[in-house]
Design a protein around this ligand. Structure first.
Ligand code: NAD
Ligand code: TYD
Length: 350
């Protein structure tokens, strides 16, 4: 193997797409997937690549500093793509401490271990920290987040991710650690845990359950197909300039209610039901505390400097995603049993 890359959080939604892309595209590179396998981590996501000779899975917690240090010493990684995180805003509202531990402490443990092991031999190394547009806070009706937008995180999740971004930059400036960062908008696609809006609605439509819309449903997100996020991560890992930040987005803003309407219509078509059937399940529920009104990304820097653009329209990506969830009922059944049921009852009780 020419190189060894550590991917953290590779059993999660985005991480599994990144692992698959790297394992298949770079057969001479050893990919080590480090994941704690929390409720959001699922090795089934990687069943199509886990037998490849250039793939290794390690179960472990990035919060465990000694474990992380030992792992870096054992594998002598050439690069790191760090995705492991607690990622759901609603969970961060009920349990912020877990977000501080994994997202902040876990990130600094990885930065610290990389600095120790790469000391005096930073040449050719790369630490890629994957982050979110939510660090920029919330927008009014107009405007876009650029790489220069000031940080203004407003949920425990976004505050913990903002903190991890600052630490990654601090390691670049203070210790010359070869850091690159990206901040991406909301992802959708296959293998997403059904606590997030799109797979939650797909799962509920299948079950004939209510589709919970927070507040007035006019909250706006900029949606990107997860496979396109994975190609952006590959592009930045290979060609991004050290010390730089790249915003990644889909030029694809939707108000939640409009998005759910479209999703209902696609589901009706795919399930062979009369148009309008699924829309009847829409139910307005209590708003999220501190709910950010609008996110929208200016991704012109990555387009201009690295030549990356999304490859599909939202209509194409959404239909492909719907088809995947309908064709992979077993996956949905496995992840929605047990602990998820309990979470769902608590989150949507009022
Ligand atoms: P996810 O919740 O689906 O997956 C997170 C993965 O990290 C899981 O496999 C989990 O087991 C693992 N993990 C959690 N805590 C860990 C720990 N302490 N040690 C080791 N592994 C641990 O999240 P996702 O949606 O795939 O997001 C991945 C990354 O991308 C996150 O850093 C997130 O902030 C960022 N991001 C997500 C989105 C989005 O829309 N989902 C958008 C932009 C950025
Ligand atoms: P989510 O998928 O949780 O992503 P994020 O909060 O990181 O943007 O939510 C996307 C949008 O959908 C957000 O405005 C909250 C809203 N939402 C609902 O209206 N109902 C729901 O049940 C969920 C999970 C989210």
């Amino acid at each position: 193997m020419k190189q060894t890359i550590l991917i953290t959080g590779g059993a999660g939604f985005i991480g599994s797409h990144v692992v698959r892309l790297f394992v298949e595209k770079y057969p001479d590179t050893q990919i080590v997937n480090l994941d704690k396998l929390t409720y959001a981590g699922n090795l089934e996501n990687l069943s199509d690549v886990d037998q490849k000779p250039n793939y290794t899975f390690v179960k472990g917690d990035i919060v465990d500093r000694q474990f992380v240090q030992d792992l870096f010493e054992k594998y002598q990684f050439d690069g790191v793509i760090h995705l492991a995180a607690e990622s759901h805003v609603d969970r961060s509202i009920t349990n912020p401490i877990a977000f501080v531990e994994t997202n902040i402490l876990g990130t600094v443990n990885l930065l610290h271990a990389a600095r120790q092991v790469w000391d005096g031999k930073m040449e050719g190394k790369r630490f890629y920290h994957v982050s979110t547009d939510e660090v920029y806070g919330t927008l009014g009706a107009t405007g876009l987040f650029t790489e220069e937008t000031s940080y203004d995180p407003r949920s425990p999740y976004s505050a913990s991710k903002a903190s991890s971004d600052h630490l990654a930059r601090a390691y670049y400036h203070t210790y010359d650690l070869p850091v690159v960062i990206s901040n991406c908008s909301n992802n959708y696609g296959s293998h997403q845990f059904p606590e997030k809006l799109i797979p939650l609605c797909i799962n509920n439509i299948k079950a004939g359950k209510a589709l919970p819309i927070y507040g007035d449903g006019k909250y706006t997100r900029d949606w990107l197909w997860v496979n396109d996020h994975a190609t952006a991560i590959d592009t930045i890992y290979q060609n991004g300039v050290l010390g730089e930040t790249y915003n990644i987005g889909g030029h694809n803003e939707w108000k939640n209610l409009d998005l759910v309407h479209l999703l209902c219509d696609v589901m009706d078509e795919e399930l062979g039901k009369p148009q309008g059937t699924s829309r009847e399940l829409i139910t307005f529920v209590k708003d999220r505390q501190g709910h950010d009104r609008r996110y929208a990304i200016d991704s012109s820097k990555i387009a201009r400097e690295l030549g990356w653009e999304p490859s599909v329209t939202f209509q194409e990506g959404l239909r492909a995603s719907v088809k995947w969830y309908l064709e992979n009922e077993g996956w949905l059944d496995n992840v929605t049993s047990g602990a998820y049921q309990k979470y769902y009852e608590t989150q949507y009780k009022d």
